[in-house]
Write a new protein. Structure first.
Length: 88
Protein backbone atom coordinates (compact mmCIF):
# COMPACT_ATOMS: atom_id res chain seq x y z
CA UNK A 1 0.00 0.00 0.00
CA UNK A 2 1.43 3.37 -0.93
CA UNK A 3 1.64 6.40 1.32
CA UNK A 4 -0.91 8.27 -0.76
CA UNK A 5 -3.58 5.64 -0.21
CA UNK A 6 -2.96 5.62 3.56
CA UNK A 7 -3.91 9.27 3.99
CA UNK A 8 -7.63 8.85 3.19
CA UNK A 9 -7.78 5.78 5.41
CA UNK A 10 -6.24 7.70 8.31
CA UNK A 11 -8.66 10.59 7.82
CA UNK A 12 -11.59 8.19 7.80
CA UNK A 13 -10.31 6.46 10.94
CA UNK A 14 -9.85 9.79 12.73
CA UNK A 15 -13.33 10.85 11.72
CA UNK A 16 -14.77 7.62 13.09
CA UNK A 17 -12.84 7.99 16.33
CA UNK A 18 -14.13 11.54 16.75
CA UNK A 19 -17.71 10.47 16.05
CA UNK A 20 -17.42 7.60 18.52
CA UNK A 21 -16.21 9.91 21.31
CA UNK A 22 -19.20 12.18 20.76
CA UNK A 23 -21.52 9.18 20.92
CA UNK A 24 -19.91 8.12 24.19
CA UNK A 25 -20.55 11.57 25.66
CA UNK A 26 -24.18 11.50 24.54
CA UNK A 27 -24.61 7.93 25.77
CA UNK A 28 -23.29 8.91 29.20
CA UNK A 29 -25.43 12.05 29.34
CA UNK A 30 -28.56 10.20 28.27
CA UNK A 31 -27.86 7.33 30.64
CA UNK A 32 -27.88 9.82 33.48
CA UNK A 33 -30.94 11.76 32.30
CA UNK A 34 -33.13 8.86 31.13
CA UNK A 35 -32.10 5.92 33.30
CA UNK A 36 -30.77 7.40 36.53
CA UNK A 37 -32.92 10.53 36.80
CA UNK A 38 -35.96 9.57 34.72
CA UNK A 39 -35.91 13.21 33.54
CA UNK A 40 -39.36 13.98 32.11
CA UNK A 41 -38.04 16.04 29.19
CA UNK A 42 -36.46 12.86 27.77
CA UNK A 43 -38.86 9.93 28.19
CA UNK A 44 -36.76 7.65 25.98
CA UNK A 45 -33.07 7.21 25.23
CA UNK A 46 -33.79 7.95 21.56
CA UNK A 47 -35.36 11.33 22.36
CA UNK A 48 -32.40 12.18 24.57
CA UNK A 49 -29.86 11.18 21.91
CA UNK A 50 -31.68 13.37 19.39
CA UNK A 51 -31.56 16.27 21.84
CA UNK A 52 -27.88 15.62 22.49
CA UNK A 53 -27.11 15.62 18.76
CA UNK A 54 -28.97 18.92 18.40
CA UNK A 55 -27.06 20.41 21.34
CA UNK A 56 -23.78 19.37 19.73
CA UNK A 57 -24.83 20.80 16.34
CA UNK A 58 -25.64 24.12 18.00
CA UNK A 59 -22.20 24.31 19.61
CA UNK A 60 -23.05 23.00 23.07
CA UNK A 61 -20.33 21.29 25.11
CA UNK A 62 -21.73 17.80 25.65
CA UNK A 63 -18.82 16.68 27.87
CA UNK A 64 -19.28 19.63 30.24
CA UNK A 65 -23.05 19.20 30.15
CA UNK A 66 -22.73 15.53 31.08
CA UNK A 67 -20.37 16.33 33.95
CA UNK A 68 -22.69 19.06 35.23
CA UNK A 69 -25.75 16.78 35.02
CA UNK A 70 -23.94 14.12 37.05
CA UNK A 71 -23.13 16.72 39.72
CA UNK A 72 -26.77 17.88 39.71
CA UNK A 73 -27.75 14.51 41.23
CA UNK A 74 -31.12 14.40 39.41
CA UNK A 75 -32.27 17.79 40.72
CA UNK A 76 -34.43 19.09 37.84
CA UNK A 77 -33.63 22.74 38.59
CA UNK A 78 -29.89 22.04 38.66
CA UNK A 79 -30.20 20.05 35.41
CA UNK A 80 -31.96 23.01 33.78
CA UNK A 81 -29.08 25.25 34.92
CA UNK A 82 -26.63 22.78 33.36
CA UNK A 83 -28.50 22.94 30.08
CA UNK A 84 -28.43 26.74 30.15
CA UNK A 85 -24.73 26.86 30.99
CA UNK A 86 -23.41 24.17 28.62
CA UNK A 87 -26.18 23.44 26.12
CA UNK A 88 -27.10 25.13 22.90
Amino acid sequence: MSRVSLVPLLLIALGCAEEKSEDVACDALCGELVEACEFAAYPTAESCLQGCAYTREQGGDVDELQSCVEQAECNPFAIAECEHAHGS
